[in-house]
Design a protein around this ligand. Structure first.
Ligand code: SF4
Length: 318
């Protein structure tokens, strides 16, 4: 039986079909600091899970190490809290063997762009279907205030007390340069409507959806996004029907640019600009090949696996 009411979507009330509420995706109580931007991301993710009615035992969150990597503990789905920088190898293994699962990855800036950088570039090139969130607060927060690759130049930390001497890495520029990259977006946790719309677009993209989320850390980097938070004119929204659609933001962010996410050259030009923060989908191409499609083989029985293994080992017999 289905019912509809005015403008509300059709509800499917077939017997036995369970409608998941947001609260049913809530795991342990989040232990991030008060005011941490990670709380906002968690709420948007729970909202997405409920909106898409993702079945918890068909959904996997994989993380590395860092404040944001506590994510899997705070969701009532399957989760794998892995090693520093190694979330993506775990996630690609899961997706290759269980392609039907909804795979999400959560990493921090140090986790993804430093120790995990090699995995990051190659996982993007493999373009397996997963939603990848990189929460960028410009610092190693969990290990208490160490310079990360995205720390602003001159910022004083425990590891560089006289100030970071190198210009920060630009993760969007790098992602746009990776062969076979298929989805690159940027959003900010203090703009929840944009954050949610971006995560939704990323989830619906078939391929490796890389989303850099600008994230406030009120403990160690309280000022790095303060100007953008207080003055929306410092942000430019990239708008397009095939990108992020959030009309409720029009009254807040008057600086907008129409950007077709298929235009890689324009995406790169905008990513290079540092005087303004661009939010939205920089690039999207669903036609890029996906590794799980090209490499997936039909499951074998245990006896077939043993026979295949014997055959391989026989190649090395002397
Ligand atoms: Fe969040 Fe910073 Fe606290 Fe970590 S240290 S939980 S990033 S506010």
């Amino acid at each position: 039986m289905s019912i509809s009411c005015g403008l509300l979507p059709v509800l499917n009330l077939d017997a036995g079909e369970h409608q998941y509420e947001m609260s049913e995706y809530e795991g342990a109580k989040a232990r991030w600091c008060p005011g941490c931007g990670d709380h906002s991301v968690l709420t948007s993710v729970q909202r997405l899970l409920a909106a898409e009615q993702l079945i918890p035992d068909q959904t996997m969150f994989v993380s590395g190490i860092g404040c944001s990597s506590r994510f899997p503990h705070y969701l009532k789905t399957y989760g794998f809290h892995g090693l520093h920088g190694r979330a993506l190898p775990v996630a690609t293994g899961i997706k290759l063997h269980r392609p039907e699962l909804n795979v999400f990855v959560v990493m921090g800036d140090g986790d993804c762009t430093s120790i995990g950088a090699g995995h990051w570039l190659h996982a993007m090139r493999y373009n397996m279907d997963m939603t990848v969130m990189m929460l960028d607060n410009g610092i190693y927060g969990l290990t208490k205030n160490q310079t990360s690759p995205t720390t602003p130049q001159g910022f004083k930390s425990n590891t560089q007390p006289k100030g970071s001497w190198l210009p920060p890495m630009n993760p969007i520029e790098i992602a746009l340069g990776v062969t076979n990259a298929s989805f690159v977006a940027q959003t900010a946790e203090w703009a929840p409507a944009h954050l949610y719309a971006t995560l939704r677009a990323a989830y619906h993209h078939k391929g490796f959806s890389f989303v850099r989320i600008l994230q406030r850390c009120p403990v160690f980097t309280p000022l790095i996004f303060q100007q953008a938070v207080q003055d929306p004119a410092r942000i430019t929204l990239m708008v397009h029907d095939d990108g992020v659609v959030a009309p409720e933001l029009n009254n807040i962010y008057s600086s907008q640019v129409h950007h077709d996410p298929r235009d890689l050259a324009a995406a790169r030009a905008m990513a290079e600009q540092t005087e303004k923060i661009h939010l939205g989908v920089f690039f999207k191409d669903p036609s890029k090949p996906r590794y799980e499609e090209t490499r997936r083989v039909a499951p074998h029985t245990p006896a077939e696996r043993v026979a295949l293994l014997d055959k391989e080992l026989d190649r090395y017999a002397v």
